[in-house]
Design a protein around this ligand. Structure first.
Ligand SMILES: Cc1cc2nc3c(=O)[nH]c(=O)nc-3n(C[C@H](O)[C@H](O)[C@H](O)COP(=O)(O)OP(=O)(O)OC[C@H]3O[C@@H](n4cnc5c(N)ncnc54)[C@H](O)[C@@H]3O)c2cc1C
Length: 534
C-alpha cells in the first residue's frame, strides 16, 4: 500500500529504515538513474521490499543529460526496426498519460532543401504516426516554405522548399527522475543517494546474496542482504559485474553525446528542428526547452566512462557547424550558455548464452554469480525495461510472481498540465506546497537570478522534500540552472549555499567549500572559459 510523501523522501529516514531492517530485502538495486529508479518503482508497486543505492546524487550520470525527448526514435524506422519503434511510441503515450506535468507533445519540423526530401521523409513520418496507433500525438503534415518560416523565424531560407511537421514528446529528465524516486518511496521502497556499492557478498555456493555500501556522509560501511541484486549502473555496469566476477567479458560500449544550450532568440517559436541526416549520418535536434534552445547530439565512442564527461572540442564544433547550416545566423562559441555531455550505456554483448535480449534496445543479463544486470534502452522505455527486469528478478529470487501495475500508475506530482506560464508548474501537484512556503515567508518568493526563473523557496523545498544534499544537486538536477546557463548558475551558488546551510545546519566553511566546488564544475559547462582545457 502506498504511503504519503510527507516524510517519505528524506535521507535520514531512509538511512533509519535501512539500519532497522534485519530481514534480507527482496531486491537490492544498484544505481539511481532512470533504469534503477524505474525498476524500484515497478518492484515496490508490485509489493516487494526494495532498497536502491546510488553512489552520487540520483540522476548524476546519463539520466540528467539526455536530449529531453520522449520519442519512438524516427531513426530506428529507417533501420526497419518496427517493433522497437512501436514499443517506444506506446511508452511515450503511457509516460504522457502518467506524468502530464512533465511530459508534453512538441511539434518537430524537418526542413526540406532537396526535392526528394518532402516525399521521402513525409512517407516515413506518416508511418511513424500510424505505428503510434491509439497512442498518437497528432498527425504529421507538409508545410509550405511560408508556414515553416512562420513557425521557425530564424530558419535558413536560402534553398528552402518547405518542410514536414510531426509530433513527439518532450520532458525534463531529472525532474521526472526525482518524481519517480518519490513514487517508489511512497510505495515503501528505501532509496539512498551518496551511498556507493563497493563490493558484493556471496553465499557458500558462490551466488551473490547482497552488497556492501558506504555512506558518503559518515564514512560508515554497511553490509546488506538481498534475495536478488540488480545492477542498473548504466555506463558503469561492467565495474559492478567485475565486483562479482573479475573475469567477466565486457558488455558495455560507452558512447558520449554532447548538447549545447543557447538563448531562445537563436530559434524563437514553439517548434523544434529535426535534421534527419547530418554529415556523419546521424540525427540532430534543436529544441526549445525551458525558454532556451538545446541542440545536439554527437556519438563519440569513449574508453572510460566518468561521472562528469567533458565535451571534446570537435563535438562542439560539429554541433555549431550543423546548427549554422539550418539557422539564418550561425551561432558561435560565445553564444553557448552551457555545454553538457552524457554517456550512452550501449550494449555489445560478447557472451550471448546468458543474455535475454528482450528487445534490441535493452538487455537483461544474468552472470553465473546470479548478479542481474539491466542496461541499454532509453529514457522513454524505462517503464518497459523495469517491467521486464522485475519479471526476471522475481524468478531469480524465487519470489511469488506478482503482476506489474505501472502501465496506469500515476507518477508523483501528477497534474494535468495547464499551459500557464507558471515557473513552478514543473512541480505538478507539489507546486502549491512551494507556494505555501512563500506565503509563510515572502522572502522565499525572491528570484535568485535575472536570467533564470528559480526562487529561494525551491531550494528549501529541494532540501526538505527531494533529498538535495549539495549546491550541485539543486542547481543541476532539482532545477536545471547548470544546464541552461552555467554562468548564471555559478552566480546563484552563494545564495543557494546559504539557504541550504540553514536547512541542513551547516557552517560557513561548508558553504565556502560548496561554492568553490560548484564554481569549478560550472567552468566545465562553459565553452568559453574551458576552451583552453579541451
Ligand atoms: C547524449 C544522450 C542523449 C539521450 N537522449 C535521450 C532522449 O532524448 N530520450 C531518451 O528516451 N533517451 C535518451 N538517452 C538515453 C537515456 O538517457 C539513457 O538510456 C538513460 O538515462 C540511462 O539510464 P541508466 O539508469 O541506465 O544510467 P545512468 O543514468 O547513468 O544511471 C546509472 C547510475 O548508477 C550509478 N552507479 C554507478 N556505479 C555505482 C555503484 N558502484 N554504486 C551505486 N551507484 C552506482 C551512477 O552514479 C548512475 O547514477 C540519451 C542518452 C545520451 C547519452
Amino acid at each position: 500500500m502506498a504511503i504519503h510523501l510527507g516524510d517519505a523522501m528524506k535521507r535520514a529516514l531512509m538511512l533509519n529504515q535501512l539500519a532497522n531492517r534485519s530481514e534480507p530485502w527482496d531486491m537490492a538495486i544498484v544505481g539511481g538513474g532512470a533504469t534503477g529508479v524505474g525498476t524500484a518503482v515497478d518492484a515496490a508497486s508490485r509489493g516487494f521490499s526494495v532498497l536502491l543505492l546510488e553512489q552520487h546524487d540520483f540522476g548524476k550520470a546519463t539520466s540528467s543529460r539526455s536530449t529531453k525527448l520522449v520519442h519512438g526514435g524516427v531513426r530506428y524506422l529507417e533501420q526497419g526496426n518496427i517493433s522497437l519503434v512501436m514499443e517506444a511510441l506506446k511508452e511515450r503515450g503511457l509516460l504522457r498519460q502518467n506524468a502530464p506535468h512533465l511530459v508534453h507533445d512538441l511539434p518537430f519540423i524537418v526542413p526540406n532543401y532537396d526535392w526528394w526530401e518532402a516525399p521521402f521523409y513525409g512517407l516515413g513520418l506518416k508511418m511513424y504516426d500510424m505505428l503510434a496507433g491509439k497512442y498518437g500525438f497528432g498527425a504529421s503534415r507538409l508545410l509550405s516554405k511560408e508556414d515553416l518560416v512562420e513557425s521557425i523565424p530564424t530558419i535558413q531560407t536560402s534553398g528552402l522548399r518547405g518542410g514536414i511537421m510531426y509530433y513527439d514528446g518532450q520532458f525534463d529528465d531529472s525532474r521526472l527522475l526525482i518524481n519517480l524516486v518519490s513514487t517508489a518511496a511512497e510505495y515503501g521502497a528505501v532509496l539512498v543517494n551518496y551511498m556507493p556499492v563497493t563490493s558484493v557478498t556471496k553465499d557458500r555456493e558462490g551466488y551473490v546474496n547482497g552488497v556492501v555500501a558506504v555512506d558518503q556522509d559518515t564514512g560508515n560501511e554497511i553490509s546488506i542482504n538481498a534475495r536478488v541484486v540488480i545492477n542498473a549502473t548504466g555506463a558503469f555496469t561492467d565495474d559492478v559485474r567485475r565486483m562479482a566476477d573479475p573475469g567477466v567479458t565486457k558488455m558495455i560500449a560507452p558512447s558520449q553525446g554532447v548538447h549545447l544550450v543557447f538563448e531562445r532568440s537563436v530559434m524563437p517559436g514553439d517548434s523544434a528542428i529535426m535534421v534527419p541526416h547530418t554529415t556523419d549520418g546521424r540525427v540532430m535536434f534543436a529544441i526549445p526547452w525551458h525558454k532556451h534552445v538545446l541542440v545536439g547530439t554527437t556519438d563519440t565512442p569513449i574508453e572510460n566512462p566518468s561521472l562528469e564527461p567533458v565535451a571534446f572540442e570537435q563535438e562542439i564544433n560539429f554541433i555549431l557547424e550543423t546548427a549554422g547550416k539550418y539557422l539564418s545566423h550561425s551561432p558561435s562559441k560565445k553564444d553557448v550558455l552551457s555545454v553538457f555531455a552524457g554517456i550512452r550505456p550501449l550494449v555489445k554483448m560478447g557472451d550471448k548464452a546468458n543474455t535475454a535480449a528482450l528487445s534490441r534496445d535493452h538487455t537483461i543479463h544474468i552472470d553465473q554469480s546470479g548478479l542481474l544486470s539491466i542496461a541499454g534502452g532509453k529514457w522513454t522505455t524505462y517503464r518497459k525495461m523495469a517491467e521486464d527486469c522485475i519479471d526476471h528478478a522475481t524468478i531469480l529470487a524465487k519470489l511469488d510472481e506478482k503482476p506489474c501495475v505501472t502501465k496506469n500508475l500515476k507518477i508523483h506530482g501528477y497534474l494535468s498540465r495547464d499551459r500557464a506560464d507558471d515557473p513552478l508548474s514543473i512541480y505538478g501537484s507539489d507546486a502549491h506546497r512551494i507556494k505555501d512556503l512563500i506565503l509563510e515567508d515572502a522572502t522565499l518568493g525572491q528570484r535568485m537570478h535575472p536570467a533564470l526563473p528559480y526562487c529561494r523557496a525551491e531550494v528549501v523545498w529541494a532540501v526538505r522534500e527531494e533529498m538535495a544534499c549539495s549546491v550541485e544537486d539543486f542547481l543541476s538536477r532539482r532545477v536545471r540552472a547548470l544546464l541552461l546557463n552555467s554562468h548564471a548558475a555559478a552566480e546563484m551558488a552563494p545564495q543557494v549555499a546559504e539557504i541550504m546551510a540553514i536547512e541542513l545546519k551547516k557552517d560557513k566553511s561548508w558553504q565556502d567549500e560548496q561554492i568553490a566546488g560548484f564554481r569549478l564544475l560550472a567552468q566545465q559547462y562553459s565553452v568559453v572559459s574551458n576552451l583552453h582545457a579541451r
